[in-house]
Design a protein around this ligand. Structure first.
Ligand SMILES: CSCCC(=O)C(=O)COP(=O)(O)O
Ligand SMILES: [Mg+2]
Length: 246
């Protein structure tokens, strides 16, 4: 009996991965990580207000809310409201990243990956394909996420981490151009995997290949991924790398 042949085939040099809804369950992020950060915002702002990253994020919250004098309690209230809406605001993600990376380092947290993801990442990496992450979660959060997985440290598989701070918003083509430039690759040599059609549209507008990942139970599963190629799991995607860009 022969194995099923993946329907989607690409020749690229790099795959760029979204996390929530793509490599990993939104439910895990919302049910495990969000409460963990919610319980610690007040202490972080109170005890580490002098930390430059905390101070910068607080200043960004004040700017975004148009309230330059918001006190720590008001800032925490805003952060919690953004959490309730799963709003991907950069200062929220910065502060969550600080809290989560300490939680992962302490062993309180272990990340989640769908079953098909880690074998695919290992096998793609083994063929010479470069793997990058582009997530609304901060670079600090991504580093902790890939370091502390149920299958050990996966960070050595990853060539670079991108977030809304170093690349820009995920729904803007310019962000994808920035990532391609930092990887030193032409846009046609990059493949982006994401669950969100707006992100896939932006990547395609920048000249990238795209596959929408539609997993049952994920928030974007019903809506679909527009006219992008789609896969239910990473097993359905076959990637070769001829290195033709070098
Ligand atoms: C390790 S990142 C935690 C998840 C998160 O906070 C997030 O916003 C993920 O968004 P994505 O862009 O990966 O869908
Ligand atoms: Mg996502």
């Amino acid at each position: 009996m022969s194995l099923p042949v993946p329907a989607l085939r690409f020749d690229v040099d790099a795959v760029v991965l979204d996390i929530e809804g793509t490599t990993s369950a939104t439910g895990f992020v919302v049910d495990v990580l969000y409460p963990y950060s919610r319980a610690r915002f007040a202490a972080l702002l109170c005890e580490r207000s002098g930390d430059p990253e905390v101070a910068r994020a607080v200043a960004q919250v004040r700017e975004l809310t148009g309230d330059p004098h918001a006190d720590p309690a008001a800032v925490v209230k805003t952060l919690n409201a953004w959490l309730d809406d799963d709003r991907k605001a950069t200062p929220l993600k910065t502060l969550q990243g600080l809290i989560w990376s300490e939680g992962f380092a302490r062993g309180d947290l272990v990340s989640h990956f769908y079953d098909d993801v880690v074998p695919a990442l290992r096998s793609w990496h083994a063929t010479g394909l470069r793997l990058y992450v582009y997530s609304s979660g901060s670079v600090a959060a991504q580093r902790a996420w890939f370091s502390s997985t149920p299958e050990g440290d996966l960070l050595p598989l990853v060539s670079g981490l991108h977030d809304t701070e170093n690349a820009g918003p995920k729904q803007e083509p310019e962000s994808y151009r920035r990532i391609a430039e930092s990887a030193g690759l032409p846009p046609g040599r990059l493949l982006f995997l994401s669950d969100r059609p707006g992100e896939l549209d932006a990547a395609r507008a920048a000249g990238w290949h795209t596959v929408g990942i539609r997993r049952p139970g994920e928030p974007f599963h019903q809506q679909g991924v527009g006219d992008h190629a789609e896969a239910g799991t990473f097993d359905e995607i076959s990637i070769s790398t001829t290195g033709s860009s070098t």
